[in-house]
Write a protein that binds this ligand. Structure first.
Ligand SMILES: C[S@@+](CC[C@H](N)C(=O)[O-])C[C@H]1O[C@@H](n2cnc3c(N)ncnc32)[C@H](O)[C@@H]1O
Ligand code: SF4
Ligand code: SF4
Length: 346
């Protein structure tokens, strides 16, 4: 098969987005794993408590494939990477090929010794940890429910002391916006290389979000004052442009981020997908049904080799046709109208 027939080109430099696990210590109310109106308990219709292990990774990410991979994001939609039993070993495997690993975490799991080992592994390389910390001692747990700020800080400090790169990512809300400047200062003092704010778009039309804490009390999330963030902002990322002010003035052409970056997504079940936005959506089900492929069985790295999967339908003609016809609402929203949560550095 001609490799250019697929939106993914396994002979070109690749990136990957991996969900190592769907396990998590936290219960962020706006996260897909959380039942926000039921004491932030995990939604067991989605969470299976599974993970990708080192053996499975090695089988699919062969040395030959790894030699063409520049970057792997350990993030995902439902879990925290350090919750995967072999997280450290998997990082070690990828770093051994000179791959830049970006690990996203709430920072609340594991011991200081574990974070020291991760730091020692990443030190002197481009690999980094994004610590997602949305506030200080008295506020972080209002979004990062069930986490303890003191433990997160001790883990981050231990990691950073190894000389490895760490970034502090902060989602501003009304309840933590007054702490942005202090958190920024603290991040510089601790040795974080970047402090980035995530402008969340998960409020939807209502511009408010009610949830129930584990103790049964009701809480509300409200958007931060954008002027406050703008006053601190020094640089807005060009890679993640803002959604246009006027929704009707959007660009109509879909430019698939995953195709451009040659960056597929793999979830903890082993299922391969085009990206984390389309994964599990009605759009994706339709693409797979058109392709006549059973995604769960056939496009699963537990059952078939990754490099074969990436060159098969729906990644050859089904996706490009759907884009040309504007048939995928998710693709239109994310990769034409650019309705994404924007990140920028302060
Ligand atoms: C599901 S998490 C998985 C990785 C890890 N557990 C974490 O939280 O960083 C994936 C990403 O979603 C982000 N996230 C969580 N809540 C969000 C929100 N309300 N708006 C935008 N991004 C959010 C996290 O910060 C993280 O970058
Ligand atoms: S830490 Fe990440 S995976 Fe866990 S609940 Fe929060 S956003 Fe979801
Ligand atoms: S939303 Fe659609 S167009 Fe955008 S990256 Fe995902 S698959 Fe590609």
């Amino acid at each position: 098969m001609n490799r250019s027939d697929s939106i993914f080109d396994t002979q070109r430099t690749m990136k990957f987005h991996l969900e190592l696990t769907d396990k998590c210590n936290a219960a962020c109310p706006m996260c897909g794993r959380t039942k926000e109106m039921d004491r932030c308990l995990p939604d067991m219709t989605k969470v299976r408590n599974i993970e990708l292990d080192l053996d499975l990774i090695k089988r699919n990410f062969t040395p030959d494939l790894c030699s063409r991979i520049s970057e792997i994001d350990l993030c995902g939609g439902l879990g925290d990477p350090p919750a995967a039993r072999e997280c450290l070993e998997i990082c070690d495997y990828f770093v051994g090929f000179g791959i830049k690993v970006i690990l996203s975490s709430n920072g609340g799991l594991r011991s200081e010794a574990w974070w020291k080992r991760l730091g020692e592994l990443f030190a002197g390389t481009e690999s980094l940890v994004e610590f997602h910390i949305d506030g200080l001692e008295d506020t972080n747990h209002l979004y990062r429910v069930n986490t303890r700020f003191g433990k997160i800080m001790r883990n981050a400090k231990t990691y950073l002391e190894t000389g490895a790169i760490g970034e502090w990512h902060f989602i501003p809300f009304q309840h933590n916006e007054h702490q942005l400047a202090d958190a920024l200062t603290m991040s510089r003092e601790m040795g974080f290389s970047k402090f980035r704010v995530i402008d969340t778009i998960r409020f939807g039309e209502k511009n408010g979000f009610t949830y129930q804490l584990p103790d049964g009390s009701l809480q509300e999330l409200n958007p931060a004052n954008p002027k406050l963030i703008d006053a601190l902002r020094t640089d807005t990322e060009k890679a993640e442009p803002a959604a246009p002010q006027d929704q009707h003035e959007h660009r109509s052409t879909i430019r698939c981020k995953s195709e451009i970056q040659n960056r597929p997504y793999i979830v903890a079940t082993g299922v391969v997908s085009a990206c984390c936005w389309i994964e599990g959506s009605e759009d994706e089900r339709r693409m797979y049904s058109k392709a006549g492929v059973d995604q769960g069985l056939t496009h699963n790295i537990r059952h078939r080799p990754l490099e074969e999967i990436l060159l098969e339908e729906p990644y050859r003609t089904v996706y490009p046709q759907a884009w040309a016809q504007q048939a995928n609402p998710v693709c239109v929203r994310k990769c034409a109208r650019m309705q994404r949560s924007r990140r920028s550095s302060l």
